[in-house]
Design a protein around this ligand. Structure first.
Ligand SMILES: [Zn+2]
Length: 490
């Protein structure tokens, strides 16, 4: 499964002979409890609307419309209170684990938090700086609403079921993405985590303590992890893959590998007025060329490169800078392509530094391997999504309701680029890779069977106030998640 490009052969979605071929599949029969117009569907939709109305008010900047729910800030703590209230209204049992991840358990004769093989649904409640409201929160609100839909359908579980909200997923405050799930799985060393500092110099340990949590408890929890049988994360799509396909809901099959690298450019500070242009050793020039090179090389390779953070010394209008420090975020369909991209950018930066008489160094800060989600679970998700929404939808765009039964079609839309280059549509449900990291990927890397469901984002914009999902699509996501609970846990 190494993203070899459009029309990959030999997958389950090739024409002919798959479970998703036209005719006779379970979800074509129609009449599930979660189709629009059904009681359970309406119950889930109404629950979602109420949950969303409360959550959407928390941490929102009325000026920009963006969200500021950084870890352990009052807004993020407010979102945690929302979680506890939502769980309480549903008589779910709430736990905050040692890594400050939140859990809400539907406890009954079928089991609870101390029993094995739980189905866990969830996402996260924190945001980036001025982020969108759907990233994370949509998955948590949808999970609660899906439980309501399942209950409205009169179903009871056969295994433990929980809703989770993982802490500090964005890494927007302390710099490590998915910190909560990484701590839980042991992928982030607790001492290292405690010492992480935000831009104001506050350590994670200090922020935790100020918010009423005990930083000394941070650390792996293999018992808790081992009791997760399946983790399913619903998330707003952070690209245009589904928009381009005219589909409201899809299923993920792979998370691209992702690296963050520190770029250090050094030169010689000097007077902006008296220093001849030819006498300068200006690291800003080397930096500027590197930004352009990263952009060009990523375009050429169908990969992603972003330089979105930069520090300049002395940062004066009338001074040639002495140092520029920047961070490169790079992602590609597989590790080999990621390595090639970073190598060529570094080589070109080094060559330019020689011409500029400056210094250049690249330091990897984190490199996260690709994640292939469990194929068995992925296929179950596709079938459940298909049952709930696959054939009952119209929506913006086209095709989703017409239900092309056979996948294998490669789709690479303008906005989705290579990330959507390997999209298959079994039963009309798109299966697509993503360039964004998620807690589901961290758990999958730790051996948990995990999968993801994406909800259409009309603009494809994410990590920005422009992020959006139509309410009807959110309701379809809830229905999809309810169908997943029914399939996996009832
Ligand atoms: Zn997210």
């Amino acid at each position: 499964m190494s993203g070899t490009g459009p029309g990959v052969g030999g997958t389950a979605y090739d024409a002919g002979g798959t479970a998703y071929d036209a005719g006779g599949t379970a979800y074509e029969a129609g009449g599930t409890a979660y189709e629009a117009g059904g009681t359970a569907y309406e119950a889930g939709a109404a629950s979602f609307d109420a949950l969303w109305a409360d959550l959407a008010a928390i941490g929102r900047d009325p000026g920009t419309g963006g969200y500021h729910r950084l870890a352990f800030t009052p807004a993020e703590l407010g979102a945690r209170d929302w979680f506890a209230a939502a769980a309480g209204e549903r008589a779910l049992v709430v736990h905050t684990d040692r890594d400050t991840n939140l859990w809400a358990w539907w406890v009954g004769p079928w089991g609870g938090p101390d029993d094995p093989d739980a189905l866990v649904l969830g996402s996260h409640l924190d945001s980036v700086i001025d982020g969108g409201g759907y990233d994370g929160g949509l998955g948590v609100a949808s999970a609660f609403a899906a439980l309501d839909a399942v209950r409205a359908a009169g179903l009871t579980p056969t295994r433990p079921v929980a809703v989770a909200a993982f802490a500090e997923e964005e890494g927007a405050r302390f710099g490590v993405a998915c910190a909560g799930s990484r701590l839980l799985t042991g992928a982030l060393e607790p001492g290292l985590a405690r010492g992480l500092r935000d831009r104001a110099g506050v350590s994670l340990a200090e922020a935790m303590a100020a918010a009423g949590f005990d930083p000394d408890r941070l650390g792996p929890d293999p018992d808790r992890l081992g009791r997760i049988g399946d983790y399913v994360e619903l998330h707003i799509e952070q690209g245009r893959g589904l928009v381009d396909l005219g589909a409201p809901v899809g299923v993920a099959d792979r998370i691209w590998p992702h690296g963050r690298y520190r770029l250090d450019f050094s030169g010689e500070a000097n007077h902006a007025g008296t220093t001849e242009m030819s006498d300068r050793h200006d690291p800003m020039l080397t930096f500027a060329m590197t930004v352009l090179a990263a952009n060009k090389q990523a375009r050429l390779a169908g990969s992603r490169a972003t330089i979105g953070r930069v520090q300049v010394e002395p940062n004066g209008t009338n001074a040639v800078p002495s140092r520029v420090r920047a961070w490169l975020d790079a992602r590609a369909a597989d590790e080999a392509r990621l390595g090639e991209l970073v190598e060529v950018v570094a080589r070109q930066a080094g060559e330019r530094a020689e011409r500029d008489g400056t210094g250049f160094a690249l330091t990897p800060e984190s490199v996260t391997a690709a994640v292939d989600f469990d194929r068995g679970l992925r296929d179950r998700l596709v079938a459940a999504v298909g049952r709930a929404v696959g054939r009952a939808v119209g929506g913006a765009g086209s095709g989703a309701g017409s239900g092309a039964a056979v996948g294998g079609a490669a789709v690479g839309g303008a906005g989705s680029g290579a990330a959507a280059a390997r999209v298959a549509r079994p039963g009309g449900v798109p299966v697509l890779p993503t360039g964004a990291g998620h807690d589901a990927g961290i758990l999958a890397s730790a051996g948990v069977r995990a999968g993801m469901i994406f909800v259409r984002n009309p603009t494809g914009v994410s990590h920005s106030p422009g992020e959006h999902a139509e309410t009807a699509d959110c309701h379809r996501g809830v229905a999809a998640l309810a169908a997943v609970i029914e399939d996996l846990a009832c």
